[in-house]
Design a protein around this ligand. Structure first.
Ligand code: PMP
Length: 386
């Protein structure tokens, strides 16, 4: 079945034909999205059998690439024992221990199913812990699609130019003075420690340290949304890489090994405000799902220092892209900003290279991407720029 036929059917039964707006490709001038059939390593194959080097990687989770054999094996073995129980399992404890050991500020963690849920609950917890309602966040940031986070958000909200209602005192990223003006009385400051939803924007020197200081001075909680950066730019995420510790951390993507799992965590005394230990309610039928914990554990246990050295080495090779536009990279996440991004997207796609259909989304490296794939991307971008 061709993508056009699938898309026509999809449009009849799924709003806009996609289950997440960022998958639509109209913003880059394509009539229909890519319908994926299978993936292997750095490669994605579409429903018509075309193969692409995949720099999207399901928007970040696949640090070992598609259909990583060990992850698949772990999930299949777990599935044979039952796909969900709704009662605690050993692997949930193991995954929580793995996260606590890896992420410097996290002493306790709760497992949920999506980054949206994790961020939404971290905000609820911060509000309960401080007894304050307002909070501070940054324009172009994205923390999932819960109501409070939508106005001036990044990712698909920005790509589609949607202006939704939202809450929070929204200030420009990397602008500490703006934060200082609005932080008084806020429950928390919610921040992507490396912005990844308006393209990659690294934190300015002193920005994260400044947020920590302002939060300490005003009794405000600092929340790092590390859904993208967690286990990607270091095993312990941005907080390890930059040495600034938040009060609460939101995790997603890599932590679930490519299955629906996310988490939020922090100091024990804060986390124990959650029910049933405390009075802040949060729940989930599929929370800590056995297939997802199997995938997450399989991945996290293999994320050794050597993996990050390898990703950094490959990242440095990717830095050659800086010759063709503004290039930003922190570890295994990167963005190339060019004037006519839709044209670049189509140029690359025609050459079997799939990058995100919006400049607001980052490019992701996996261990499955080799020099061949990296050099092919650089050559194709050079050809585009010539
Ligand atoms: N926070 C950040 C920083 C994200 O990038 C995303 C998703 N890209 C989310 C939260 C929401 O996660 P999910 O899509 O799993 O709900």
């Amino acid at each position: 079945m061709t993508a056009s036929e699938l898309y026509r059917r999809a449009l009849q039964v799924i709003p806009g034909g996609v289950n997440s707006p960022v998958r639509a490709m109209k913003a880059v001038g394509l009539e229909e999205p890519i319908f994926a059939a299978r993936g292997e390593g750095a490669y994605l194959e579409d429903a018509e059998g075309r193969r692409y080097v995949d720099w999207v990687l399901s928007w970040g989770p696949l640090i070992f690439g598609h259909a990583d054999p060990e992850t698949v094996e772990a999930v299949v073995a777990a599935a044979r024992e039952g796909t969900t129980f709704g009662t605690p399992t050993e692997r949930e404890v193991e995954l929580a221990e793995e996260i606590v050991a890896a992420v410097p500020s996290v002493e306790m963690v709760r497992l949920v199913s999506s980054g949206t849920e994790a961020a939404m609950t971290a905000l609820r917890l911060a509000r309960a812990a401080t007894g304050r309602e307002p909070f501070v966040r940054f324009a172009g940031g994205y923390h999932g699609h819960a109501d409070p986070f939508l106005s001036e958000a990044g990712s698909g909200v920005k790509t589609l130019g949607i202006e939704a209602g939202g809450e929070g005192r929204v200030v420009p990223y990397n602008d500490l003075e703006a934060v200082e003006r609005v932080i008084e009385g806020a429950a928390c400051v919610f921040v992507e420690p490396v912005a990844g939803n308006m393209g990659v924007v690294p934190p300015a020197d002193g920005f994260l340290e400044g947020l920590r200081r302002l939060c300490d001075e005003t009794g405000t909680l600092l929340v790092f949304d590390e859904v993208i950066t967690g286990f990607r730019i270091a095993r312990g995420g941005a907080q390890e890489r930059f040495g600034v510790l938040p009060d609460l951390t939101v995790l997603g993507k890599i932590v679930g090994g490519g299955l629906p799992l996310a988490a939020f965590g922090g100091r024990a005394e804060l986390m124990e405000r959650l029910a049933p230990a405390g009075d802040v309610y949060q729940a989930g039928t599929l929370s800590g799902n056995p297939l997802a914990t199997a995938a997450g554990l399989s991945v996290l246990r293999r994320l050794t220092p050597e993996v990050y050295e390898e990703l950094e080495r490959k990242g440095r090779r990717l830095d050659a892209l800086a010759a063709y536009g503004r290039f930003e990279r922190v570890g295994a996440m990167a963005s190339l900003f060019v004037d006519d991004y839709p044209a670049l997207f189509r140029h690359l796609l025609e050459r079997g290279i799939y990058v995100a259909p919006s400049q607001n989304e980052a490019m992701f490296l996996s261990t499955a991407h080799g020099e061949v794939e990296i050099d092919a991307l650089i050559a194709a971008v050079e050809e585009f720029s010539a």
